[in-house]
Design a protein around this ligand. Structure first.
Ligand SMILES: NC(=O)c1ccc[n+]([C@@H]2O[C@H](COP(=O)([O-])OP(=O)(O)OC[C@H]3O[C@@H](n4cnc5c(N)ncnc54)[C@H](OP(=O)(O)O)[C@@H]3O)[C@@H](O)[C@H]2O)c1
Length: 332
């Protein structure tokens, strides 16, 4: 029987918050394989804030997704047919590909994963791109030292939750900023952060004075905007500010920090970071984080939405915050 594919196309470039008309769900038969190709049945599609950047028609670290093109996405799936001698039927793969039920690939950019070593979804979360982002962004750019204070925003999310836990492993005093009591309880009581600030209900400046009495040595910024501006008022001399993301600015005209001049007074450093520069070293991160997971020192949570038809509704959870941990769409 011929297999039918469903794929999410970029139909329109949104202005502001994307609406349902941004995407078009297309149904079409799966093509036959050519020599060297394999057919992967997608099981999970990763939903990432970066997708909002990829659909903007602007210069960035990757070319924008074109109108009418299948949306770029990291996936996990199983090989169900193969004319590629390196890719065997039954093996699982992950990689940056596209949001569709069936993927035809020559294997380029896809990595075999072992479903016996870790649950498949962790290859999109802690052992995948977000975990690798947290690992290299914190350790290489943030360079935390034992006893220093690390502040991280987006702290209950895929990247931030791992940043905070690694900073704890490195002996730092760690404070996270997240939206709502449930997320703040989670990062303190389950992940072991030293403190949490609920930016939706608390005064961030007042709470920083209580929770970071010695100032901030590393600020790992996932959100930008007012939270970045406020964090800058409490940085220490020679602080490192990791610009990993700016989700509060993705659906509007971005605004830079008013308090940038405090970087001068503090002789601090603010540095942008893109995880793809570290993909060549990702195995180092995976091995060490895998070990920390086995030792119970690193935990991850995934929020699994279901059905490719619900791509848009699930995607919006990144901006509403209505999810805990890594957001993933299960499609098989
Ligand atoms: N530079 C890189 O290579 C790289 C790689 C991966 C990710 N990133 C960036 O890292 C950041 C986190 O990514 P992620 O995958 O871990 O996402 P995530 O944190 O799992 O999900 C996004 C979270 O952002 C928070 N948020 C949404 N709107 C906000 C706003 N206006 N103000 C403050 N917080 C807001 C929400 O949490 P609350 O409920 O707490 O508000 C939401 O759950 C993003 O900015 C992303 O673009 C960068």
């Amino acid at each position: 029987m011929d297999l039918m594919n469903k794929r999410v196309l970029l139909a329109k470039r949104p202005k502001g918050m994307p609406d349902a008309s941004t995407w078009q769900l297309e149904e079409l038969p799966v093509p036959g394989l050519r020599e060297g190709e394999a057919l992967i049945q997608t099981e999970y599609i990763s939903l990432d804030p970066a997708m909002r950047g990829w659909i903007r028609d602007a210069k960035s670290y990757l070319p924008p997704v074109k109108l009418g093109e299948v949306m770029r996405a990291a996936i996990v799936g199983k090989v169900i047919a193969s004319k590629n001698r390196n890719m065997k039927v039954g093996d699982y793969y992950t990689g940056f590909h596209s949001a569709q039920l069936f993927v035809v690939t020559d294997g380029n950019g896809m990595f075999r994963i072992d479903s016996n070593k870790a649950p498949l979804t962790t290859y999109l979360s802690v052992l995948g791109m977000p975990g690798i982002t947290a690992y290299f962004g914190l350790l290489r750019i943030g360079q935390p030292k034992a006893g220093e204070t690390v502040l991280v925003s987006g702290a209950a999310g895929a990247v931030g939750s791992v940043v905070g836990q690694i900073a704890k492993i490195k002996g730092c005093h760690v404070v996270g900023i997240a939206g709502g009591t449930e997320k703040c309880d989670y990062i303190v009581n389950e992940l072991g952060f030293d403190g949490a600030i609920d930016y939706k209900n608390e005064d961030i400046t007042e709470r920083l004075d209580v929770l970071c009495p010695n100032g901030i040595d590393v600020y790992y910024d996932n959100v930008g905007g007012e939270i970045l501006d406020t964090a800058l008022t409490r940085i220490n001399r020679k602080a490192r500010i990791v610009i990993c993301g700016a989700i509060s600015q993705y659906n509007k005209k971005p605004k830079g920090p008013d308090n940038y001049y405090l970087i001068l007074a503090a002789r601090a450093k603010m540095e942008g970071f893109v995880v793809i520069d570290y993909f060549g070293e990702s195995e180092t991160a995976r091995l060490e984080m895998g070990q920390w997971m086995r030792e119970g020192r690193l935990r991850s949570r995934e929020f699994i939405a279901e059905g490719i038809e619900n791509f848009h509704e699930a995607f919006l959870r990144l901006f509403s915050g209505k999810k805990m941990g890594k957001l993933i769409l299960k499609v098989a």
